[in-house]
Design a protein around this ligand. Structure first.
Ligand code: AMP
Ligand code: ZN
Length: 474
């Protein structure tokens, strides 16, 4: 079965055929670095990671590009609201660039903890202003712009394919969402390519341009940077579903207007939202959970990764601490099962991945991924493999580690962590943890500390939280 992906452009599952055989150019919209990423944002990057790892498993030579937005993103996405970076800098009493540097580092710390591979190219908007200006000039020369009130706007009425990505009646939906009317716009769907005097007199970062000193609109950065690194037409572009209506729709319009080439991007892959109490988790609303919050609650970041893999990227996932605990238990039990397989492999004879008994599981795994990145089914294939006593343990271990190169659960590292702990298995650790809880309840703190130290020496870290003690191989 060939790899198929749901393409938002056309709204159907399509067989994936790259623009250039064997190669894939992939651009995933990156973070706006005015605050920590919340766990909903991180779902988007886990989705990108699974996509890239899957493409690589199937032999594609992938170039993954991601931007870092450090200028021009307004809270309304459609040129309405506050400038996110500016507002954050003012609130924190820092410069925009200081805020950007701090949250960019925090973002990569989170993605590393989630074992999200760093994109091949990470590009900052503020370092690509010249590329944006060059593209805007092309769009202007092609007749798609007008100036009003000091801004340069993209005129959507001139672009016949406008709104194809967002589906029927995009204007109606957009009008409902809009909170401010910009009197300079000929059509409220028009968007700013370059700001000079319109909204933020106190804009911290400005550049000279043919339209005056100012700064770029948000959408143009993704068009300019993706084309710089991936060429004028490339394979896959992705982001969360909230980007379909405005950001990606506008990216397509300006890119195709500038180059005259259609389609700009072949496949559009959008992840659904992680929701919290039926509402979407939102950074700008200020109410959000970070990965660090989960760690402080005693979870391993990989518990969260496992939790996300348990849902298909195109389905909404409801977040709750209970369901995350369920994922943690499942991951622990996967590791214990795998540890047993590892024990058996030490004494068992050989058995390669080509064995029929293994092949069925590997095929189930690959078919699940080929079917629009179905990670819940891929996880079940992994489970089927590790629980199948008919598979020679060495072959099972090898195949499981191979699957994990896509799932990214660091199975091998976790098992080695166990080995480094003097082979202490989960059951043994649990019994120490229970004994320590009893010692603490009996106010025998000396014994409780002794147990903590013993475990530490054997590579097991304990973390006490409101929900009790959790442990991990350190
Ligand atoms: P931002 O930093 O706000 O530009 O968002 C980064 C990425 O996270 C984008 O791809 C968004 O579409 C995505 N995103 C935002 N909120 C959520 C959510 N609650 N669940 C999943 N993805 C989200
Ligand atoms: Zn983007």
């Amino acid at each position: 079965m060939p790899l198929s992906l749901y393409n938002t452009l056309g709204r159907k599952i399509e067989t994936f055929t790259p623009v250039h055989e064997g190669k894939v150019g992939f651009y995933g919209c990156g973070p706006t670095v005015y605050n920590y990423a919340h766990i909903g944002n991180l779902r988007a990057y886990v989705t990108h990671d699974i996509l890239v790892r899957t493409l690589r498993r199937f032999g594609y030579d992938v170039t993954h590009v991601m931007n870092v937005t450090d200028v021009g993103h307004l809270s309304g996405n459609d040129d309405t609201g506050d400038d996110k970076m500016l507002k954050s800098a003012e609130e924190r009493g820092k410069s925009v660039l200081e805020v950007a540097a701090y949250y960019t580092e925090a973002f990569f710390k989170d993605t590393e903890r989630l074992r999200i591979r760093r994109p091949d190219i990470v590009c900052k908007a503020t370092e690509h202003i010249e590329d944006m200006i060059t593209l805007i000039k092309r769009i202007e020369a092609a007749g798609f712009t007008y100036s009003a009130g000091g801004n340069l706007y993209f005129n959507i009425a001139k672009f016949p394919h406008y709104g194809e990505l967002s589906g029927p009646k995009p204007d109606e939906q957009k009008t409902q969402a809009r909170t401010e009317i910009d009197g300079n716009k000929r059509n409220q769907g028009d968007f700013v390519l370059w700001f000079t005097r319109s909204k933020f007199e106190n804009q911290a970062l400005t550049w000279d341009s043919p339209w005056g000193r100012g700064y770029p609109g948000w959408h143009i950065e993704c068009s300019a940077m993706s084309m710089k690194y991936l060429g004028e037409q490339f394979d896959i572009h992705s982001g969360g579903i909230d980007h379909i209506q405005i950001h990606h729709t506008n990216e397509i319009a300006q890119s195709e207007a500038g180059t005259g080439k259609h389609p700009w991007v072949k496949y559009w892959v959008h992840n659904e939202f992680l929701v919290f109490d039926k509402e979407k988790m939102s950074k700008s609303a200020g109410s959000f959970i970070t990965l660090q919050n989960l760690v402080e609650m005693g979870f391993d970041p990989l518990d969260y990764r496992y939790f996300l893999l348990g849902g298909h990227y195109r389905n909404q996932i409801k977040f709750s601490v209970d369901s995350l605990k369920g994922a943690r238990n499942a991951r622990k039990s996967l590791l214990s099962t795998l540890r047993l397989v590892g024990e058996k492999a030490k004494t068992a004879g050989p058995g390669g991945v080509s064995e029929d008994s293994v092949r069925a599981h590997v095929e189930a795994f690959d078919t699940a991924l080929e079917d629009d990145l179905n990670t819940p089914r891929a996880l079940s294939a992994l489970w089927g493999l590790v629980k199948d006593c008919g598979v020679p343990p060495k072959a099972a271990l090898e195949a499981a580690f191979g699957m994990d190169r896509v799932l990214g659960l660091d199975l091998e590292g976790c098992l080695h962590g166990a080995a480094a702990s003097g082979g202490m298995d989960a059951a043994e650790v649990e019994s120490f943890v229970a004994e320590r809880a009893a010692a603490k309840a009996a106010k025998n703190f000396a014994r409780a500390d002794e147990i903590r130290n013993t475990l530490k020496e054997r590579g097991v870290v304990l973390e006490d939280g409101p929900g009790g003690t959790v442990w991990r191989y350190g």
